[in-house]
Ligand binder design. Structure first.
Ligand code: NAD
Length: 478
């Protein structure tokens, strides 16, 4: 399947941008231009919001039962087309094909789950104070929404906005990533082919700030959901607040990992190395700060380093590749800067640390030991293949380190001691804590951060709630 040029979806039609502008799409595995994507003009944004208004009228009037049926049809198409969508994803994003395919298949599962959840958006009856009064809450869709999604999970991040919005009865305009446009377009084609009416889903690409500054204040839009960096999230949250729009913010993190002296070190190293280097570390919930008990620090660091050294770096479409390139040169330079700073301040480089020569934006999986909190990497989200190791002696110090940064997205704990597990589960300030396994990001579980990592959830029933208003109706019938 050749890489296609990608268009905007406005009112059910795939079209070029009003002024014909496009942006190049680059394969990060070789740095070559593989196609282009339409760059929306102001007219396109306005048209797509108008279509979303009409789409909302029809979709919110469609029964939850019928909405669910159409969503399930879309999920079946996603599964049937998983190979092709995954190939596009790898070509434009770089992750190994197996990871890409997993992402796509998981999206089908997310859509199915949210389709069923559409049928469970119950209100409640409230005991009235007067005979003849029926007091009830009714769940109503909040209105047309806009979702801004990033390049690191081009299909999954769209699905985490689209599926709950549709389940709730909202129309939604997706501003998908310009770096990786074809796989989200192929995902959305499945919804078009499942016969979801024009205007219910719109798809835009363009200059992100131009689209957000126009669409968020626009009276049509009633809900904003953003996934991306903390600074951009703060900016968009302020803009949405100024116009009193509902928001969900899924931002960055700096995943702390606490490995206790009684942990199953082999299981921890295998699971955490996989989680760390998945998508070359460009994952908001990636484990990053490894806080390891001093009694097992050397052994665990060595075990983990061996796992990092065993990775096979290459083009995601080549068989056997377990880690692909970074998305662009900007990310590679950023990772390099963090490593140079850490080494200069005394970190010891256990493996990696360098870019890989040749075409594409490849970087070695990197393990830095004996890090300190003065190092920039210990404070800024690396968003790349860097694991940072430090030791602790008292559990309270480990918890204090986990909570030191203003983020609170995902945290990881390894211990066989139930008391410690309980203390850590309660003590770590984070939206998600997973103990002795990698247990986050299932359709039915909440997915989101606290503190500067944002607010709201993109998993579980909470994700649908984010697209619903609770209306109170009290009726005296006698
Ligand atoms: P960036 O800050 O330039 O952009 C982050 C995302 O926000 C991109 O998708 C971009 O298109 C979008 N964006 C930027 N300005 C915007 C605006 N004014 N309006 C609407 N959208 C806007 O960072 P980047 O170099 O693309 O990505 C690296 C950083 O982004 C990382 O450090 C990481 O913290 C964050 N990130 C987080 C996630 C996540 O899953 N939470 C995903 C991707 C990127």
């Amino acid at each position: 399947m050749a890489y296609p040029n990608v268009f905007l979806l406005i009112n059910g039609e795939w079209r070029a941008a009003a002024h014909g502008e496009t942006l190049d799409v680059i394969n990060p595995a070789n740095g070559k231009i593989i196609g282009n994507v339409a760059k929306a003009a102001r007219d396109d944004i306005e048209r797509s919001l108008k279509a979303a208004q009409a789409g909302f009228k029809s979709w919110s009037a469609t029964s939850a039962y019928d909405r669910a049926k159409k969503m399930r049809r879309a999920a079946d198409l996603v599964r049937a087309r998983a190979d092709d969508i995954a190939r596009l994803l790898t070509l434009e994003e770089g992750k190994p094909y197996a990871e890409a395919r997993n992402e796509v298949v998981n999206c089908a599962e997310l859509i199915d789950w949210f389709a069923d959840e559409a049928r469970r958006t119950y209100g409640r009856l409230i005991p009235a104070r007067q005979a003849g009064v029926m007091s009830a809450t009714v769940k109503e869709p909040v209105g047309p929404a806009i979702g801004f999604t990033p390049w690191n999970f081009p299909v999954a991040q769209v699905t985490r906005k689209l599926a709950p919005a549709l389940a709730a009865g909202c129309s939604i305009v997706i501003k998908a990533p310009e770096e990786t446009p074809a796989s989200p377009a192929a995902l959305i084609q499945c919804f078009v082919d499942a016969d979801i009416a024009p205007g219910v889903i719109g798809l835009l690409y363009g200059e992100p700030s131009e689209i957000s500054s126009y669409a968020i204040p626009h009276p049509t839009i009633r809900k904003v959901s953003f996934t991306g960096s903390v600074p951009v999230g703060k900016h968009l949250a302020a803009l949405a607040s100024a116009h009193m729009k509902r928001i969900t913010m899924e931002l960055g993190g700096h995943g702390p990992v606490i490995v206790c002296e009684d942990a199953d070190l082999e299981s921890a190293a295998s699971a955490l190395a996989m989680a760390k280097f998945r998508n070359a570390g460009q994952v908001c919930v990636a484990p990053t700060r490894f806080i390891v008990h001093e009694a097992v620090y050397a052994e665990f660091t060595d075990l983990f380093t061996k796992k990092a050294q065993a990775l096979k770096i290459g083009d995601g479409l080549d068989a056997g590749t377990t880690m692909g390139p970074l998305i662009n040169e900007r990310r590679r330079a950023s990772v390099e800067r963090l490593i140079a700073d850490a080494v200069e301040k005394g970190a010891s480089l256990k493996c990696g640390g360098e870019r890989i020569a040749g075409d594409g934006f490849f970087f070695q999986p990197t393990v830095l030991a004996d890090v300190t909190t003065e190092m920039v990497a210990m404070n800024e989200e690396p968003f790349g293949p860097i694991a940072l190791f430090m030791s602790y002696s008292k559990l309270d110090d480990a918890i204090a380190e986990a909570n030191r940064l203003p983020f609170g997205l995902a945290a990881y704990v390894w211990t066989r001691d139930a008391k410690k597990a309980s203390a850590l589960g309660r003590g770590i300030e984070s939206g998600m804590v997973t103990i002795n396994h990698l247990g986050i990001a299932l359709p039915e579980t909440p997915y989101g951060g606290i503190r500067e990592s944002g607010y709201g959830s993109e998993g579980g029933p909470e994700a649908v709630e984010a697209y619903l208003n609770t209306k109170f109706v009290s009726h005296l019938s006698e």
